[in-house]
Design a protein around this ligand. Structure first.
Ligand code: ADP
Length: 864
């Protein structure tokens, strides 16, 4: 811009001038530009220098700040350290106090324990000891620093230790030698005051000796007790290692003893014993034995017996301990075993003797019975002949003494049978009421002789047929009713039967026999059921008996599953009872009740008899009027005559039954009458006016039958007997009997009968006669020479054709139970026991008489 404003001068001149100016201008410009650049450069350098300065200044100031802060934090730190230092000092102080207290407590505790504790330094001078450790030194100058050897000397001299045989010096020497050991062996000291201490000492690493003195008094007491027991004691741990055992245990197994070191395994001890022939029962089966023994040990042991090779018997009792170990006792039972063997031998001998005794009794009974058969049978026959008064008395006495003797023999035999447990019951259907009646009837003569009334009160609603052993029940009833008659002088004997339904068609029967006899004092009640027990007092002495009857009764009833009992009031009477549960027989039919009779006038002076009559008749719908005397009956008849029948007792005070009927007849009463008498033999002809005379006590069915017969036409109640054709042959009877007397007795007993009798001397002849004579029945004695009865019966059965069966009746003595079984298996139909009774022979002959043969006896019923 600057060029554009300037004015141009002459061209040439002007040209030179212009050129010079431009040059100068260029130069000047250049110079200015250079100056400007220099300036610019200098200003930049200045700026940079300023910048540096500023940075430096800032860094200086930062350093100052930092240093200030460092100083401040150093001051704070110093403060903190000061505090810490203070706290540390406090903590240290507290820790020190606690340490002091802990040390005190520790010492208090160490002093309080029962066991002693002490520390000795490496030169064996005492550093410290608790009270228990120092106790044995009480009263002696003992303080820290004292030497171990001095302590031993002090205690040895004090006399507090029981040194036994050892001297004080020896003791000290032994104890000093002990602590030289490594480890130091424990030692037990016994003090005179009864306490025991076990010393257990250890060397510490720095050479100190730490000593413990353990009070083991209790342990030693228990151990002394274990040592004192007479049996072996052993304890194993749960790893089957021996913990301890007493000397007795070692003595029990001397061969195993060397192995019985604490820590030894049970199996190793066993094996040691085996190797040294300790166990007799292991010989030849060692491995098996070990296995068995280990099994038993592991299963807990229990009780078992073992025999050692020296013959001793050991009973071992092993049990598991609460910690899984085993504790065992070993008792030497050799003596016991010997004793047991002796007892066994004695028992076997006794049993053999008992069997021999039973067999002897059976034989004896047979031997006694055979002649008794002659005595009693002949006496019976003799009584039936014409004798004068004195001869009759003699004959009767022979018979009754013989019978009494037989009762005693039976009792003793029965009892020995029960003792030998050879009594078996033979249940069969039977009529209980009839059995009681028969027993009562057998005792009737004796009762009549004493003027005692025998009564039976059989529960009206009870069946009469049961399944039981009639023979044994008869025996029980005979004993009870027989005793009642024996021990009663006046009054009555009443047999009462009631029943209660039991399950399965059975009845629980309660049979009581009440009497009005001498009674039994309470102190004797307990033992009269014992063997050979009789009430020993003056009143009793006059009664004979073996004292076995009630013992047999009790055993029999218990054998039947029942029970017996007795109630008694001395001077008033006794009541014996028994209970048995029996099945009712399937053929049991209700007793037939009289239907045609409606009104009965019953007369009896005895209240019980009246009650029984009423109980027997009322349930049949009969109206019964009871009178206690003839006079009372006559009064009733006078005011109310339409009775169907008069039922009167025979013997009554003032007016007896016979007079009563005579008086009634005289008064015009034509009603039928039945007389009930306990002595039908003593009746005069006047009794003929009665429609029937019944023996007391009356069997219910008999009474009904007779009442029924009163109004019924005779043909309907008693079937007419078929006429006996005169051309029928006699019954052929063969009796095999070797004994002459018995042959005679048999012959006499059947002499009034219509039969043909042949005797065989022995079994062989009987078999021959069976073939040649063809008997209808054979009576066979069992013991005969050559061939006995059983053999003969077997031979006969073999010879028989299938369509022929001859009845064989064995004649036996009251044999043992087994014998009667054998008899029956020999093919014998029935057996009769000796002494023979005429009635029994008659009954058998009637039963087995073949239809085409003339009956040898007219049956009693038919004869009436
Ligand atoms: P025995 O009659 O043979 O002496 P028992 O064993 O039958 O033997 O009886 C034992 C005893 O019990 C009898 O001796 C008697 O003292 C007593 N005794 C038994 N029954 C009666 C009874 N009905 N009344 C009184 N005493 C009895």
């Amino acid at each position: 811009m600057w060029g554009a404003g300037r004015t141009p001068v002459c061209r040439q001149e002007v040209g030179w001038e212009v050129m010079d100016l431009t040059e100068r201008l260029v130069r000047e410009r250049r110079a200015r530009l250079a100056a400007e650049r220099l300036l610019e450069q200098k200003s930049r350098e200045l700026f940079a220098a300023n910048e540096k300065l500023a940075i430096h200044a800032r860094s200086l100031s930062d350093q100052i700040v930092e240093q200030r802060q460092a100083v401040k934090s150093a001051m704070t730190e110093a403060e903190t350290l000061k505090h810490q230092n203070h706290r540390f000092l406090e903590d240290l102080d507290r820790a020190h106090t606690a340490a002091v207290m802990a040390e005190r407590r520790l010492w208090d505790s160490i002093n309080a324990i029962r066991d002693g504790f002490a520390v000795f330094d490496s030169s064996l001078r005492m550093v410290t000891a608790n009270r228990a450790w120092l106790a044995p030194f009480e009263g002696q100058p003992v303080a820290p620093g004292i030497a171990y050897a001095d302590l031993l000397g002090l205690i040895a001299a004090s006399g507090r230790i029981d040194l036994g045989e050892e001297t004080g010096e020896d003791f000290v020497a032994r104890m000093l030698a002990r602590i030289e050991g490594d480890p130091i062996e424990p030692v037990t000291l016994k003090f005179r005051n009864g306490s025991w201490v076990k010393l257990q000492d250890h060397r510490a690493r720095d050479g100190d000796m730490v000593c413990l003195a353990l009070d083991i008094t209790d342990q030693m007491r228990i151990w002394a007790a274990i040592e004192a027991i007479p049996d072996g004691f052993v304890l194993y741990d749960r790893e089957e290692r021996l913990l301890t055992c007493n000397q007795r245990y070692r003595d029990t197994y001397p061969a195993s003893a060397p192995a019985m070191q604490p820590g030894t395994k049970f199996e190793d001890i066993l094996r040691h014993g085996l190797a040294n022939s300790q166990h007799a029962d292991a010989v030849g089966r060692e491995d098996e034995w070990i296995a068995e023994r280990m099994d038993r040990y592991r299963s807990g042991g229990g009780t078992f017996e073992q025999q050692l090779s020296d013959g001793r018997w050991i009973r071992a009792h092993d049990h598991i301990t609460p910690d899984g170990g085993r504790v065992g006792l070993r008792v030497d039972v050799t003596r016991e075993k010997e004793h047991e063997a002796q007892l066994n031998a004695a028992r076997n001998a006794a049993e053999a003797a008992s069997r021999a005794k039973s067999a002897f009794l059976a034989n004896m009974s047979h031997e006694i019975r055979t002649p008794m058969n002659g005595v009693v049978g002949m006496a019976e026959l003799l009584c039936d002949t014409a004798l004068n008064e004195e001869q009759r008395l003699f004959a009767e006495t022979i018979r009754s003494s013989g019978e009494a003797l037989l009762v005693i023999i039976n009792d003793i035999l029965d009892y020995s049978k029960i003792e030998a447990e050879r009594l078996t019951l033979r249940p069969e259907p039977f009529d209980l009421e009839r059995t009681i009646h028969e027993v009562t009837m057998l005792l009737q003569p004796r009762a009549r002789g004493k003027g005692i009334d025998l009564m039976i009160d059989f529960d009206m609603f009870l069946p009469t047929r049961f399944v039981g052993d009639p023979g044994r029940l008869r025996q029980v009833l005979t004993n009870l009713i027989g005793n009642a008659v024996k021990f009663t002088e006046a009054g009555h004997v009443l047999t009462r039967v009631v029943g209660v339904d039991a399950a399965d068609g059975r009845q629980t029967l309660h049979v009581t026999v009440e009497d009005t006899g001498i009674g039994i004092a309470p102190e004797h009640l307990d033992h009269i059921f014992g063997e050979f027990n009789q009430v020993e007092d003056e009143r009793n002495r006059k009664f004979e008996g073996t004292g076995l009857g009630l013992a047999i009764t009790r055993r029999l009833i218990e054998h039947m599953g029942g029970a017996v009992w007795v109630d008694s009031v001395p001077g008033q009477g006794s009541s014996f009872g028994f209970r048995v549960t029996l099945p009712v027989a399937e053929d049991a039919a209700p007793v037939q009740a009289p239907v045609t009779v409606r009104r009965v006038l019953a007369v009896d002076d005895q209240f019980i008899n009246r009650t029984i009559l009423e109980r027997q008749l009322s349930p049949c719908g009969i109206e019964v009027t009871l009178c206690r005397s003839g006079a009372e009956a006559l009064e009733h008849l006078a005011v109310d005559p339409p009775y169907d029948v008069l039922l009167t007792d025979h013997a009554m005070p003032e007016m007896d039954g016979v007079s009563l009927l005579a008086t009634a007849r005289a008064a015009g009463h034509g009603l039928p009458a039945i007389l009930l008498s306990s002595n039908t033999g003593a009746l005069d002809e006047a009794a003929d006016s009665f429609a029937a005379v019944l023996q007391k006590p009356v069997l219910r069915s008999d009474l009904y039958r007779h009442l029924q017969a009163l109004n019924a036409p005779p043909a309907s109640c008693e079937p007419a007997l078929p006429a006996v054709p005169a051309d029928q042959r006699q019954m052929r009877v063969l009796a095999a009997e070797d004994n002459r007397t018995n042959q005679l007795v048999f012959q006499k007993m059947v002499r009034s009968m219509d039969l043909e009798l042949v005797f065989a001397e022995n079994g062989r002849i009987a078999v021959e006669l069976f073939q040649s004579y063809c008997p209808d029945i054979i009576f066979m004695d069992i013991s005969m020479p050559e061939m006995d009865g059983k053999e003969a019966a077997r031979a006969i059965r073999l010879l028989e054709s299938p369509d022929r069966h001859v009845p064989i009746i064995a004649l036996t003595a009251h044999a043992m139970e087994g014998d009667s079984d054998q008899i029956m298996t020999a093919g014998i139909d029935q057996y009769l026991t000796k002494p023979l009774r005429k009635t029994a022979i008659e009954a058998v002959l009637i039963e087995y008489c073949p239809p085409d043969v003339r009956p040898p006896v007219v049956a009693a019923e038919d004869a009436a």
